[in-house]
Design a protein around this ligand. Structure first.
Ligand SMILES: [Mn+2]
Length: 296
């Protein structure tokens, strides 16, 4: 039943830039959240890549993929994928995104009830509290917080929860559909018709969030009340704004439709870096391949 996750892109070489220098030494990128060798059960093709970008000294994004240890648990809980984009000074930002990903994973793991959506929302609430407690204990990190987009995939049932401006897309056939709405100031302007989405992508205030884990008294995550039914060949793309602000939806569609998940992650990150990569860039791709022959 188990096989090594040879499709993981965590080991891909990317250049890491230190300070404000535009050239840095090449060194392997190692995701700090990677814990030992990850194994993936059949049914999907998965890859993820997180890159510091071309202008930042630190990567405040975090991403993870998780499966239960036992097949019995896997039957009930399926798989969990999370992307988070921290803020609040680089140390605060790194800590916030790390706490979010780890807490959501832990809660999802511990949750015994058979309700993935409920487990995700519990994880979001717990992560929100943990980040707030951390900021209270470390006043230098006041203002730390993080976006978070998490999905649970049980067989072909997709559950997800979302806060902030990271995104989840679904590619089915020739169409790409954004499943999350941005909790951002410009996101509101787009929804109310004041801005076109192309204008929003370059808007000087596009980084202002209206909701984040760790910020404010309560967390109000978006989460559909019933699961979305996926089909064989569907592709899910989780990403941070460092990707979607530079790589447009038709390009994401084209890249994931013509490449395997690992190569698509590398290509998407490359496109963002070619466009100056001012922010950290993180993408995770899951392609549903229930019969092992999902088209590329
Ligand atoms: Mn970002």
């Amino acid at each position: 039943m188990w096989r090594p996750a040879q499709l993981l892109a965590f080991g891909t070489k990317v250049s890491r830039v230190r300070g404000n220098a535009t050239k840095g030494g090449e060194e392997p990128f190692v995701n700090p959240l990677q814990r030992g060798v990850m194994e993936i059960r059949p049914g999907i093709e998965m890859a993820s890549l997180s890159d510091v970008g071309c202008q930042r000294a630190n990567n405040e994004d975090a991403t993870s993929y998780w499966e239960p240890k036992t097949d019995e648990e896997f039957q009930r809980k399926g798989r969990l994928a999370v992307v988070a984009d921290g803020m609040g000074g680089y140390e605060g930002g790194q800590e916030a995104s790390r706490l979010a990903v780890e807490t959501i994973e832990d809660i999802y793991d511990q949750e015994s009830a058979n309700d993935p959506r409920d487990a995700l929302l519990k994880g979001f609430r717990a992560a929100h509290e943990r980040i707030r407690e951390y900021a209270d204990a470390h006043p230098e990190f006041q203002g730390m917080g993080t976006t978070c987009t998490a999905l649970a995939l049980n067989d072909l049932h997709l559950y997800f929860a979302h806060v902030g401006d990271s995104r989840l897309y679904l590619v089915r056939g020739d169409t790409i559909l954004r499943l999350t709405r941005d909790h951002s100031y410009v996101g509101r302007l787009v929804e109310s018709g004041v801005l076109r989405s192309e204008e929003a992508e370059r808007h000087p205030q596009r980084h202002i969030l209206t909701a984040a884990l760790g910020a404010g008294a309560d967390v109000a995550a978006d989460s559909p009340t019933s699961p979305l039914a996926l089909e064989n060949g569907d592709v899910l793309i989780l990403c941070t704004d460092g990707l979607w602000s530079l790589v447009q939806e038709p390009e994401i569609l084209s890249v994931v439709s013509s490449r395997d998940a690992s190569s698509a992650c590398a290509e998407l990150v490359k496109l963002a870096r070619q466009r100056s990569g001012p922010d950290n860039i993180t993408v995770q791709i899951l392609r549903v391949a229930t019969n092992g022959t999902a088209r590329h």
